[in-house]
Write a protein that binds this ligand. Structure first.
Ligand SMILES: [Zn+2]
Length: 195
């Protein structure tokens, strides 16, 4: 039987590129709703989000970032990216070792240890800050078929999962740094917008 998660195995880049919302868009600070309908449209959205994440490129993308306030995100913390120069002199990149994962309605448990990691976000381009999170975490979630899954993650993957899950709760990574630093960043972003 065909599974809706089949496209994730031996993944090849395909889909439409969605536009990514920039902070402080209102959708980015909303708590996203539970997914109950495991439809073909949801699969298509997951495919387009995966494609968009790789095009950016980023190691994670949550549905609120593309304007859908629903509890789903994509991650891939292990792919390779090689810069190339095309025959006409333009710069491009080639991605390999793609291993995307889709998480729906995730819940987190058994957080352990601490890791400080310099995070960035596709919705806050050019901003990088150290954030402290659990180093090890277990995530229960459903896949695109609606089947219950569970995964234990450590290090970069644990960081990425917690970062993406924050998006489902209306938070971005700068909400986890000091108020002073956050205000400096907010000022910078407003200036950028005015330009
Ligand atoms: Zn993000």
């Amino acid at each position: 039987m065909n599974s809706k998660t089949d496209f994730l195995k031996n993944y090849t880049l395909s889909g439409s590129e969605l536009s990514i919302l920039a902070y402080p868009h209102a959708t980015l600070s909303k708590v996203a709703s539970e997914i109950t309908d495991y439809s073909d449209q949801l699969v298509q959205l997951a495919k387009d989000m995966t494609y968009t994440m790789y095009q950016a490129p980023g190691i994670g993308l949550a549905a609120p970032q593309i304007g859908k306030s629903i509890r789903m995100f994509i991650i891939d913390v292990g792919f390779d990216r090689e810069e190339i120069t095309c025959a006409d002199g333009t710069e491009d990149f080639v991605l390999s070792n793609l291993n995307p994962m889709v998480f729906i309605n995730p819940t987190f448990r058994d957080g352990e240890g601490e890791i400080i990691y310099e995070e960035g976000c596709l919705s806050l381009p050019g901003i990088y800050e150290d954030v402290t999170r659990f180093n090890k975490i277990t995530v229960d979630y459903t896949d695109l078929d609606g089947a219950q899954q569970s995964i234990e993650a450590e290090g970069t993957m644990a960081v990425c999962l917690q970062h993406e899950n924050d998006h489902l709760n209306g938070k971005v990574f700068i909400d986890r740094i000091s108020l002073i630093k956050r205000n400096i960043i907010k000022k910078k972003l407003t200036k950028k917008k005015k330009k």
